[in-house]
Write a protein that binds this ligand. Structure first.
Ligand SMILES: Nc1ncnc2c1ncn2[C@@H]1O[C@H](COP(=O)(O)OP(=O)(O)OP(=O)(O)O)[C@@H](O)[C@H]1O
Length: 533
């Protein structure tokens, strides 16, 4: 078995010859061009494509495959293409094409070519490229590599049933291969419906996959000849992807590993058409916890679903790469730039990975913190919070100052590292930040008869210290001093009284933090109200 692996940029036979002459048994696949024996001139321009079918919305599995293509293109100064494979007309979902483009934009990995971007190799939608597939099929018919098949669905069903009954894998028996040209002509001219099938060779077509290494599969020995052009004139995936990858000058095909076996078929097509194939890298799949492949039939893994829930794009990208491979090390908090610089095709393992969605809040928390620490990125979060608060509590807010940017900014800064999403701040535990709690004086007196005195003293301390910096440490020191002068109330009880008075809750952030978040004026106002009732 051949174990030598190439970086994928020197996989042409010319550069392999150079490798052999230089007695290099393995090129350094740890890095981009500079580490490879291939010189810049010999290397092909890197062109990769993400080619989803618009039969459903973009999901996390598709996003990861798109991301790996994007990272590979960015690392090698290449082009990232989006091509929509809409040849399965029966499964088309009308808004899916738009959704795929929107979600890639939102995730920060928009295509350089394709979709609304356009480019010099378009159209980038397969249904608009029918002529190219028809001429490729015609060329294959002409050279004898393909043939018309007139078998009815009924016959194919029967073949399938018989195979299953005898415990065999169903396969087409290649019957129409042996039709005489006159018979073919006669059927075609009398309008008998037909498809075009590719004549599989019984030999295997070995290739070096950048992830799976040396691969070969004598597909012709186990499968019947595949349909390449359907009766409606649309191509099947096999023909369409080969034709498009060649016409679009795709240098590297990075796609899900479910296509690994089909690649042997595709290589036979390349050979029959006289075209040089691209380099292949089959990517491990993202799996659900039950081991099934993430699929468009599951609504809860769509990107738009996470987006609506408040997920940050960088958190999703970080998470889908974290539960996979392709990096020297795994750490939470990688941003797109880090992913680009740390990505390494040779580190992609061939094992599929389980997606653990329970980890998303943690990824989001870390990336939200990054954004909050950046002045520019923090601004829209303040706006988002203001909109949320206005929508949820507009009529109930007693103090409109709570909608001021300074206040919202302070809350976000003090809660960063604790919240996973801005939306967390409108959950009941943070209600006190926007609405004054309804706490009675009696509730406080049940905790300590000294409650009124405590509240007066705290108000006094806060008013005396008008000019001081209002920090958690400072406040804690002052509250300790207040407690020292009390006869019946311990420091811990004093804190409980203040927590209840200010937030209406028995648990939550530290009392000092609550006071800093609310601000001196609001704290005094809430405490004063309790003395007045
Ligand atoms: N779970 C997954 N993990 C990694 N890559 C995936 C996953 N699902 C799809 N892909 C890859 O994303 C690309 C686009 O996939 P496609 O649009 O065909 O979605 P799909 O989910 O495979 O579709 P369906 O399951 O509906 O046939 C392909 O290269 C495919 O291999």
């Amino acid at each position: 078995m051949l174990t030598r692996r190439f970086c994928g940029l020197c996989s042409s036979s010319a550069s392999r010859r150079i490798s052999a002459r230089a007695q290099i048994t393995e090129c350094n696949i740890d890095g981009p061009l500079r580490n490879c024996v291939t010189t810049a001139n010999e290397a092909r321009a890197v062109r990769v494509r993400f080619a989803p079918s618009p039969t459903g919305f973009l999901h996390l599995g598709g996003l990861r495959t798109a991301l790996y293509n994007f990272l590979f293109a960015r690392q090698h100064g290449g082009t990232f293409i989006l091509r929509l494979e809409d040849t399965d007309r029966s499964r088309l979902v009308p808004v899916a094409a738009q959704d795929i483009q929107d979600q890639l934009e939102w995730a920060g990995i928009p295509p350089d070519e394709g979709g609304t971007k356009g480019g010099g190799f378009g159209p980038y939608i397969q249904s608009q490229r029918i002529g190219l597939y028809a001429s490729a099929a015609a060329a294959l018919l002409e050279s004898g590599h393909a043939y018309h098949c007139f078998c009815t669905n009924q016959r194919l069903e029967l073949l399938k049933k018989e195979a299953l009954r005898s415990g065999q894998t169903p396969r087409y028996d290649n019957r129409c291969r042996s039709l005489h040209p006159d018979q073919v002509e006669e059927k075609l001219s009398s309008g008998v419906p037909s498809v075009v099938r590719f004549r599989l060779s019984s030999s295997s077509e070995p290739f070096e996959d950048l992830v799976f290494g040396f691969t070969q599969h004598a597909v012709g020995q186990v499968e019947g000849d595949p349909v390449i052009l359907k009766a409606d004139g649309f191509p099947t995936y096999h023909l369409a992807c080969v034709v498009d990858d060649w016409h679009m000058q795709v240098s590297h095909v990075l796609r899900g590993s479910e296509w690994l076996i089909s690649t042997c078929k595709h290589l036979q097509l390349y050979r029959a058409l006289g075209w040089t194939p691209p380099t292949f890298a089959h990517l491990p799949l993202l799996l659900n916890k039950d081991g099934t492949k993430l699929s468009k039939r599951q609504g809860d893994i769509f990107i738009q679903h996470f987006r609506q829930q408040g997920a940050l794009p960088e958190a999703l990208l970080d998470m889908v790469t974290h539960c996979g491979s392709g990096f020297h090390s795994n750490r939470v908090g990688r941003r797109l730039q880090d992913l680009i610089s740390e990505f390494n095709v040779s580190k992609i393992s061939s094992h599929s990975a389980l997606l653990d969605l329970d980890k998303l809040p943690e990824f989001n928390r870390v990336h939200l913190q990054h954004r909050l620490e950046d002045e520019v990125l923090c601004r829209p979060l303040v706006e988002e919070l203001r909109d949320l608060i206005s929508q949820c509590f507009r009529d109930q807010i007693e103090d409109q100052d709570l909608l001021q940017k300074d206040y919202l900014h302070r809350i976000l800064q003090l809660r960063k590292g604790h919240i996973s999403s801005v939306k967390d701040l409108i959950t009941p535990v943070y209600l006190y930040l926007w609405l004054r709690p309804s706490v009675s004086r009696q509730q406080l007196e049940e905790m300590s008869s000294e409650s009124p005195e405590i509240i007066s003293r705290v108000i006094q301390v806060l008013q005396e210290e008008e000019g001081d910096v209002y920090t958690v440490e400072d406040l804690n020191d002052k509250l300790k001093l207040v407690s020292k002068n009390l006869k019946k109330t311990k420091y811990s009880t004093l804190m409980k009284i203040l927590r209840l008075a200010l937030s209406g809750q028995q648990q939550g952030p530290g009392v000092g933090e609550i006071m800093v978040m609310l601000g001196r004026r609001e704290v005094c106002c809430r405490l004063q109200k309790l003395l007045n009732v």
